[in-house]
Design a protein around this ligand. Structure first.
Ligand SMILES: N[C@@H](CCC(=O)N[C@@H](CS)C(=O)NCC(=O)O)C(=O)O
Length: 210
């Protein structure tokens, strides 16, 4: 069975989408219209009860969570060299960075900005939640900026962390941040956008950077 990646354009599903393009994998891409609530329909919820994209289905079943899906891609197409192999420390560094993006930058910070209703039912509190998210974003991007080596990929060699960081950089621009405040992150995004796999995924999803 050909793997299917359920995605919505420009979401965190873009990161595994880029990984699939990097691997040259044959994949069926299934566009989910989140605006119309397709991810909350019973057929989708049967596959992912969390009602979120990305969702991967293979002959083995469903796999959720962007970072797990990217890990699977990296190990299934080792020639794409999307993850270090055989070095537990290097593997843990990738897992650490990707977990930070998932749990802190995405689920905490960007969710505060995009979805303040997840943090409080009181609409009067939403502007303060968003403002806190925007402040936290600056702090977290400063931490990422500090750990990036100029001109290098996140972990030196290219890995799943690079498409994932690009998604966060794109969102940062979309919420009004100017990446020039973080020159290494800005340069990282520029180099990412030159990669054929990134261009292919952006074109397929019909999105631009920013
Ligand atoms: N922890 C999940 C989060 C997935 C997630 O929040 N996906 C968003 C798009 S970036 C989504 O499906 N949003 C639809 C909604 O929240 O209704 C992951 O890392 O894959």
């Amino acid at each position: 069975m050909t793997p299917k990646l359920y995605y919505a354009p420009g979401t965190c599903a873009l990161a595994p989408h880029i990984c699939f393009e990097e691997a040259g994998a044959v994949v069926d891409y299934v566009r989910v219209d989140v605006g119309k609530g397709e991810h909350l329909q019973p057929d989708f919820l049967k596959l992912n009860p969390n009602g979120r994209v990305p969702l991967l289905t293979t002959e083995k079943g469903s796999l959720t969570e962007a970072s797990a899906i990217m890990g699977w891609i990296a190990r299934t197409w080792p020639d794409a060299r999307l993850a270090p192999s055989g070095d537990p420390w290097a593997e843990a560094q990738v897992a650490s960075f990707n977990s930070f993006l998932t749990s802190s930058v995405h689920a905490h910070t960007f969710a505060s900005i995009f979805r303040p209703g997840r943090f409080s039912d009181d609409p009067a509190l939403h502007p303060a939640i968003k403002a806190k998210g925007l402040a936290t974003l600056k702090d977290q991007f400063a931490v990422i900026e500090d750990r990036l080596e100029p001109g290098a990929w996140v972990h030196g060699a290219y890995s799943t962390s690079d498409p994932y960081l690009l998604v966060m950089s794109r969102w940062a621009v979309r919420v009004g941040e100017d990446l020039t405040a973080w020159p290494r992150i800005a340069a990282h995004a520029e180099r990412m956008l030159e990669r054929p796999a990134v261009k292919a995924a952006f074109e397929a999803e019909g999105i631009v950077f920013g």
